[in-house]
Design a protein around this ligand. Structure first.
Ligand code: C2E
Ligand code: CA
Ligand code: CA
Length: 561
């Protein structure tokens, strides 16, 4: 993918390159060079301005032999033919030091016969940026293991190869949050690194290991014989983690829960398989042993039944709530929008986190009524704020959409109706979609997105960096906003890799004309740094936690006074 637009040559009337003019001076700054080539009795003659090769990183002397060797025959053939222009890629150097050029041949008529104007545009930097960005985005900077995206890539390769003899194990550390809160995040980091090393030691070289979440590891296991191998590995992993960890003067015991999903049962993509293994982790937490994802419809129904029934009742009884977290302009700190986040307090008074009930809602299809309710409720609240403000209260509301809603629900008409019902313009609504949702069905989703945009709403790509985005693909979707995932923002100031990623994502967004929102900003310093890096908006505990509707309005009113 291009991050910048390459200057174009005039197509119809090629001219000779100017001498040492101002334009030539300006050209010096760009990774572009032009060479005039003529065919003489002695072979090809190259006329090139001084410094061309140095500028292109091809050495300091005006040695045209590389050009003659690699492009000579093409130039001769081009001049012998009829074409006016020809474009071709050209790579020079070995794998380590390779440079990439876009070469354009243009025919120039001169009094002394035809000449070929060869323009070389150096694209090495761009290509490296893309390769580096992809690598950084697929690697966990703490452990050096593949992150969720990198792990997913490997799994996707398995799926594409048509193999089903594999298992995915998700290892979830129990009560890891306590280590962080009691001993600090440095100790937490140290523990994660050691855990990663120990798990790696329990695996064969051919097995894959990734850190797919904060305290979650993914193992990709090739099965040589049967499913019992997954049990054996799970047992080995538990064993290696059972030895206490020494962190400074503390001795810490770590236990884990392990969920397994088998390739042979898999329907769907890498993300589905990982989710299934994660689903099995929940049961492992109850039973205390490794659990496989139940593909058997009956077992699964039983598995989900309790939470699902309670959730259905809660939706019907309108017991779910939305909380609202401000999204601020990082330079002025003005609130520009609120993200609506679902909250559920179950019948026993327990706060069930969305990370738990949204997957159940998605598996059971309850996400469709839940999602409809969320759109309606968020817009109803926004209209109520407008009424209290005696006019447009000046903010938009952002609602999360599940991929399932995109597939199943006629979501665009629903949005149009809800906007009309509450008398709001489309611009007041932002819809947040996750990366993995969008790439699951590119063509179908592009259509749904266009329909959604036609309602006037803006589209944000949520959790950017955690999915498998093929970056080039971003350009094809009508996305207005990139939300940089919290995992890149947290601890960013102490982590050069993370800064590099955030910077690259910001550059990418600006090249594609998108706005950016950084998630999970927990300190003012982080907000200021992100603003300095060119990030437009931010969200996080440094500004406010998600608030009940009334509190959110009070905050807004206090800010606009
Ligand atoms: P998300 O869309 O990425 O939402 C942001 C999450 O980050 C929220 O978690 C929010 O409370 C949390 N957060 C915000 N600022 C900070 C911070 O500074 N530090 C930390 N550590 N966390 C911060 P929450 O509310 O638990 O939501 C979790 C996920 O559940 C959401 O992630 C979203 O994917 C999903 N979700 C929530 N409500 C809905 C909904 O109505 N529909 C759908 N489809 N998904 C929802
Ligand atoms: Ca979101
Ligand atoms: Ca997010």
């Amino acid at each position: 993918m291009r991050l910048s637009v390459a200057p174009r040559l005039p197509a119809d009337e090629p001219t000779l390159p100017p001498g040492n003019t101002a334009a030539e001076g300006a050209l010096e700054l760009l990774p572009i060079a032009a060479v005039v080539v003529s065919v003489t009795d002695d072979g090809l003659r190259f006329d090139l301005p001084n410094g061309t090769f140095r500028r292109l990183g091809l050495g300091s002397t005006a040695d045209t032999s590389i050009l003659a060797r690699d492009l000579g025959a093409r130039i001769v053939a081009f001049l012998a033919g009829q074409a006016l222009r020809l474009q071709l890629p050209w790579a020079v150097g070995d794998a380590v030091e390779q440079r990439h050029f876009e070469v354009t041949l243009a025919r120039v008529a001169t009094a002394n016969g035809p000449r070929c104007l060869v323009t070389l545009i150096d694209q090495t930097g761009e290509m490296r940026t893309e390769v580096n960005l992809r690598r950084e985005m697929t690697t966990d900077s703490l452990t050096g293991l593949p992150n969720r995206a990198g792990f997913g890539d490997r799994l996707e390769q398995m799926i594409e190869a048509g193999t089903t003899d594999y298992a995915v194990l998700v290892v979830d550390l129990d009560r890891f949050g306590r280590v962080n809160s009691c001993l600090g995040s440095m100790a937490g980091d140290e523990l994660l690194i050691t855990v990663a090393r120990r798990i790696k030691g329990a695996l064969r070289a051919c097995d894959g290991l990734g850190r797919i979440g904060g305290d979650e590891f993914g193992i990709l296991l090739a099965l040589d014989q049967d499913r019992s191998e997954a049990d054996n590995v799970a047992r080995r992993v538990r064993q290696v983690l059972a030895t206490p960890f020494r962190l400074s003067e503390f001795e810490i015991r770590v236990s884990c829960s392990i969920g397994v999903a088998f390739g042979a049962d898999a329907i769907g993509d890498a993300e589905d398989i990982i989710r299934h293994a994660q689903f099995a982790v929940r049961r492992s937490k109850e039973t205390g042993q490794a659990e496989a994802y139940q593909t058997d419809a009956l077992d699964r129904a039983r598995e989900q039944f309790a939470m699902e029934t309670a959730l259905r009742r809660a939706i019907e009884a309108k017991q779910l709530r939305l909380h609202y977290q401000p999204i601020c302009d990082l330079s002025t700190r003005r609130i520009v929008a609120f993200e609506a986040l679902a909250r559920w307090v179950d019948e026993n008074g327990n706060d069930v986190p969305p990370a738990q009930f949204i997957p159940v809602a998605e598996e059971s299809g309850l996400i469709v009524p839940l999602g409809r309710w969320a759109i309606d409720e968020a817009l109803r609240t926004l209209a109520a704020w407008d009424a209290r403000a005696g006019g447009d209260c000046g903010v938009a509301v952002a609602v999360n959409l599940s991929p399932i809603q995109l597939q199943r629900d006629g979501v665009a008409p629903l949005v149009t109706e809800a906007l009309a019902r509450h008398g709001l313009a489309g611009e007041r609504l932002k819809l947040e979609l996750t990366e993995s949702a969008l790439i699951a069905d590119p063509d179908g989703n592009a259509e749904v997105l266009r329909a959604l945009k036609a309602t006037g709403a803006t589209i944000a790509m949520d959790d950017f960096g955690t999915g498998y985005s093929n970056l080039a693909y971003l350009q094809k979707l009508p996305i207005d906003i990139l939300k940089i995932d919290r995992s890149f923002v947290t601890g960013m100031l102490a982590d050069r890799d993370k800064i590099a990623i955030v910077r690259a994502v910001l550059g990418l967004a600006s090249a594609l004309g998108m706005e950016t929102v950084a998630e999970g900003i927990e300190t003012q310093e982080l907000g200021q740094t992100l603003a300095a890096l060119g990030c437009t908006y931010g969200q996080g505990y440094a500004y406010a936690r998600p608030l009940a509707a009334d509190e959110a309005y009070a905050l807004l009113a206090a800010c606009t006074d």
